[in-house]
Structures are given as C-alpha cells and as structure tokens.
Design a binder for this molecule. Sequence first.
Ligand code: OOG
Ligand code: NI
Length: 463
Amino acid sequence: MASTPFMAPSQIRALFSAAMSTMYKNEVPLYGELLDLVAQVNQHCLEQDPQLEQHLRTTHELERLDEERHGAIRVGTAHELHTLRRLFAVMGMEPVGYYDLAPAGVPVHSTAFRALHEADLRQSPFRVFTSLLRLELIDNPTLRDEANEILARRQIFTPAALELIEQHEKNGGLTAEQAEQFVTEALETFRWHSEATVSSAQYQSLHDQHRLIADVVAFKGPHINHLTPRTLDIDAAQAEMPKRGISPKAVIEGPPRRQQPILLRQTSFKALEESVRYSDQHDTERGSHTARFGEIEQRGTALTPKGRDLYDQLLQAARAEMNGPTTEANADHYYEVLERHFEAFPDDLLSLYQQGLIHVTYSPTEQGLAKAGQFPVNTTLDMLIANGDVRIDGIVYEDFLPVSAAGIFQSNLGDGTTTEYAQLSNQQVFERDLGCKVHDEQALYHAQSERSLAQTKQQLQLA
Ligand code: OOG
Ligand code: NI
C-alpha cells in the first residue's frame, strides 16, 4: 500500500476515544468505578464461558472489548450538527441511522456517528449518539425565540479545531502532529463547562419547558453526557452496581436475557448534580444542573429487518401488557412479562440464522480448509454449515435502539410527565441539517455478511 503522510482516521478515532475516556474519568469519577466493574464482570464471563471467548476471538471482538465505548451529545442548531459531521469525518466516523425520539416525549432526533467497515470498527468501535434539539417543538413562541437567540450566539468549536477540519477536507487527511492537535482541540467541544450562558431566570424557564432544552441551550458546549463501556453480562453488572454505591435505573432496556444475546441491552445510573454558575450570579453563588450520567451496555447480534420487526412487535406487546411505566416495584414482573413474550423469538444460533432473523459472518473451519478445492459442484452453503466446514457467527449490533434511548433519556431527565409531541419525525429535515444522508445500518450489516461469504468461498475454492 502506498504510504500517505497522514494518520489513519481509525487511529485518530482511537486516540480521541482514549482521550475522551481519560477526560470523563477526571470529570465524573464514578465512570472510573464503572470501568472497573465492567472489566471485572467481563473477565469473569470469559473465564466461565470458553465458547463465548472463542466466538469473541473469531469475530475479533475480544481485542476491541476493553476499548469499546459510546458517548452521547446533544446540539442545538443545524449548523452545530453540520460542523459535527465534518469533525467526526476526520476520525472516519459517519452518521448511521435516524432515530426519532419525539414519539417518546423527547424533543430531539438523532443519528450515531461511527466507523462503517468491520476492519475500522476493529481498530476502534467508538460511537457517538448525537441528538439535535427540535426547538420547533417548544410551544411557547417567546421562549423559542429566546432559545434560538442564545444558541445563535455560541461557538462550540475552537478556532484551531475548525482550522484542522478544513485542513483535513482540503488535503484529504491530517499528519500525526495535526491529528494530535486535532484530538486536543476537538475534546474542548465535549468538555463540561460549569458557567452557564443564561441567567438563573432564563435557565428556569427553559427547564420548565423541558429539562433537555435547558441542558442544550443553557451551556457553552454540548458536554458529553455519558460514556458507556461494553459488558459481557449486564445482569451481573446491574447486580454489582449497588454494591459499589451506584444506583442503577429500575430496569434494563432492550430484549430480555437470552442464550444468544440480540441487539442491545442497556442500563444507566442517575445524572450527577453539577454545580453551575448562571450569568447573573456572583463569584460565590452557585446553582445546580443534572446532565451527566453513567451507562453500561451489552451488545448482541444484529437483526435483519425481519428479526427487527419481530423484536419491535414483541417488545411492544410486553409494554402494552405492562400498561404503564416500569419502576423498581414492578421490575421483576416486567422481566417476567418480557421473557414470556420473547419465547416467540428463537434462541439458538442456527434457528435464528435459518429463519433469517440475524446477520451473520461466514468463515471456513479447519476441517473445511482441509477439503478446499475438493467440494462437489452442487455443494450448498447449508450443507457446508451442517457438515461443520463453514462456521457462522452473529454480527455484533453496532447501533442503538430508539425505545431504549428514550428510556435512558427519561431516566436521567427525571420522572416528570412525558409530553406527547404530535409532530411527525422528519428524516429529510434532519439530513438537510446534517448535510448528507445517514447510512442505512441494514445495508452495512448485509454488505459485511456478503464480504465474509465471498471470502469463505474463495478460501474453500468454491465456484
Ligand atoms: C442519549 C441517550 C441515548 C443510548 O445509549 O441509547 C443513548 C442522550 O441522553 O443524549 O445514549
Ligand atoms: Ni448511551
């Protein structure tokens, strides 16, 4: 390969992810505790389950496990979102998926910035769930104008970051030296600022409209609001949290516990009370704001559209049966209901695959490789799998779930009443603001599966 003077975007992303983790550990000490807890749970899982270890090794997930995390930010204007897209592009992160949170009472729509190709994900799977506030959902016109004005006045990127983004666009990359400077400068956008851009009274009226609106509008930047490590056993992690003085939300979001984990299961703990200073406060006066929290997730296999439809349908049915919010008091009942509904979702790899519910990668086994070039012409893929000449592995889900995300938002915004927003989702408007279309995650998983199949056929010398 021709060498370029530039640092690989995946390497910049890995640097940024590590720098972000260090910054967050300093800002939110409980995050360090969380990393500790997850490392301990993961080690235990790997020791107990050699098959799991084998799977993670085959799929190269093991090597990225300790580095794996996602963060989340919320921005206020189309221009901020647009510039973020350019910033993430420097690190090889592109918008994947469209998430509309308005139906769940959260006035934002979102995408996830991440690497697209498995080779890049392997180097750094770092992702950022990025939400744009939908000010048009504020029903008070005076407040809406005021929020717009406040947002129009702020600049969330440093001049050097903007300059380096331009360099990247103009030259097609950044040198190692520029990349390091870029990481330092980009980090400034995600840092916590305790000085509010608004007075206490303004903060209060923004907050009264929606806590999220205050969080986005009242501060100098879109502080990273959580950073989530990946655990191999979220139930164990959830049970361990209280023992370490962390109190998790009432229930784990997503599918129930299964033999073959699917999609994404998540839990979080409450935001911290931050001391802030409003613009009308004197040196020693302080107010408070809750914004930042901790979260843990367990990732399972990506579902096909057919699998996803079944998941959505079963989750919906379970929630309908609950007929109200899940709380500490009904958590056990909720899990019971959820598990009962999910009995309709096959729970072994082969059935999941045969019924077209999951995305998989194919790889030749030792046994298969030994027979390379000797397979009869009419050999089918199903035969190869059944004979143990080809192995299938579920592709890890790299994305997010809107219902879970809404649950995470809600648990950290306080238990106030949820607003029903009538306005429909608007992917076109989001993409216009973003400056490009979001990638379709289904197409990405499908392409990865096809790549592995082509490679397997080639290795086995099949037509
Ligand atoms: C984002 C919440 C969504 C997840 O993991 O689903 C999220 C936010 O609170 O800004 O991070
Ligand atoms: Ni999250």
